[in-house]
Design a protein around this ligand. Structure first.
Ligand code: GLN
Length: 446
């Protein structure tokens, strides 16, 4: 009731929720109370949470931030929704997001932009900007989010919360609306690494309905949180501190590294010479996969359908042109082009080779170090509308985060001070399935 009250009073200024499920929430809270009374309290028993609107929630609108799915009531729950409910979590609503998770500012949502609670004239980052703003404003203690190319870590950094993208395959994608299937990964946002550890504990695990979800025992993420950092080797890639980086952001990252060094960690310079190609490679691969994944929205089976179509082709065309926003259309066009005969080798295949190169460089770095660190984003939160005229400038907001998606590595962003009164995030990237280790580093820092 406390959090529902905060959402009612404060969210009109932030627009971080697209649906509020108060009635179901109170019923779920009663069920959690009853479970506790029976001695059957789950790991998240009674914990109020919100789900990013990319996750299907049975009986509740699941819009993915799009007019295309504005009328879509999901007939089933996403795997992580199921798991978190089984652990006793109470869903208070669904959070706003960039349309189909395409964006870095939450301005592409059909439901309007989300405002950054630190300064409502600025963006909260994206695409999980609703989850980030809601957690930062304490409208909810924790939320789910998804990260295809930085969408958990970048908004976490810009709003001063902790956001965790697990290893690709650690958490099931079942019921998470697909954007770029080889990159999409569900994860958590909360006010601390310890809270993210708790959420991951409930989310992670094998699911036979997602063929890329790995059948590997789930670690004890809470168990390693307090481990001392003595002996930890932290790789510091020079590429995460380019010459044109805002020196105030670099200073905050260096201060975080110094604190970890003080706790016994060793800093090791490492090289990721191809990581500057992450953004260009991503913006071929992700749109290519999106153009295929979004072919299902055709006005036939579910979602938006245009009025009075003249024939089948007219229905496909108008349903899609009226149902999708500008950024989604841009991605579909770019992706279709990159995959078309005659261009496939030059763009898609080339991008896949660059992706492999980047993964190999990460693998080499992890032969020398335990984790990699640097700033999460090159900039602090920018003004609403500031980057709308130039999509490429917007794409650069994820220059430091996209590498981990291309390689499938786990990564988190944690708050590390302020610049101009706005939060700065530091990123910790781990080796495959070493979520426990990056959570440990973040917890010791916090
Ligand atoms: N900025 C990236 C994009 O627009 C982030 C996507 C994501 O992680 N969902 O594609």
């Amino acid at each position: 009731e406390h959090f529902l009250q905060r959402i009612q009073t404060l969210d009109p200024q932030l627009n971080s929720f697209v649906s509020i499920t108060a009635e179901q929430a109170l019923a779920q809270a009663d069920a959690a109370d009853a479970a506790r009374a029976r001695g059957e309290a789950g790991l998240l028993n009674g914990l109020p949470i919100a789900h990013k609107d990319i996750f299907c929630t049975r009986g509740v609108r699941t819009s993915c931030g799009s007019k295309m799915l504005d009328n879509f009531i999901a007939p089933y729950d996403a795997n992580i929704v199921e798991r978190m409910r089984a652990a006793g979590a109470v869903m208070l609503g669904k959070t706003n997001m960039d349309e189909f998770a395409m964006g870095s500012s939450n301005e592409t949502s059909y439901y309007g932009p989300v405002k950054n609670p630190w300064d409502t004239s600025r963006v909260p980052g994206g695409s999980s900007g609703g989850s980030a703003a809601a957690v930062a404003a304490r409208l909810i203690p924790a939320a789910t989010a998804s990260d295809t190319g930085g969408s958990i870590r970048q908004p976490a950094a810009l709003t001063g919360v902790t956001g965790l993208k697990p290893t690709y395959g650690r958490v099931s994608r079942w019921g998470m609306i697909a954007f770029a299937s080889s990159l999409d990964q569900a994860g958590a946002m909360a006010n601390s690494a310890a809270d993210c550890a708790l959420l991951l504990q409930a989310m992670a695990g094998h699911d036979s309905r997602d063929s890329t979800c790995v059948a590997r025992p789930v670690d004890n993420y809470l168990g390693e949180l307090e481990k001392p950092l003595a002996g930890l080797r932290i790789g510091v890639p020079a590429e995460f501190f380019p010459a044109d980086l805002d020196s105030r952001i670099a200073d905050q990252a260096h201060a975080a590294l110094a604190e970890l060094e003080r706790q016994g960690a060793t800093l090791v310079p490492v090289a990721l010479p191809s990581v500057h190609l992450s953004v260009p490679a991503y913006y071929v691969i992700a749109p290519a996969e999106a153009s295929s994944n979004l072919a299902r929205f055709d006005g036939v089976r579910y979602g938006y359908r245009c009025d009075n179509p003249a024939d089948l082709e007219d229905m496909f065309k108008r349903s899609r042109s009226e149902g999708f926003g500008a950024e989604v259309k841009r991605r579909i066009l770019v992706g279709t082009y990159a995959l078309s005969h005659g261009y496939y080798d030059a763009y898609y295949l080339k991008a896949q080779k660059v992706r492999r190169l980047i993964s190999n460089e990460f693998a080499r770095a992890f032969e020398q170090v335990d984790v990699l660190m640097g700033p999460t984003t090159p900039e602090i939160a920018f003004g609403i509308g500031a980057k709308n005229d130039d999509p490429v400038t917007m794409y650069m907001a994820d220059a430091f985060t996209i590498g981990a998606n291309l390689a499938g590595l786990p990564a988190l962003s944690m708050p590390a001070g302020l610049v101009d009164g706005l939060p700065v995030g530091v990123q910790v990237i781990g080796n495959y399935f070493r979520e426990a280790q990056i959570l440990n580093v973040a917890h010791r820092f916090q």
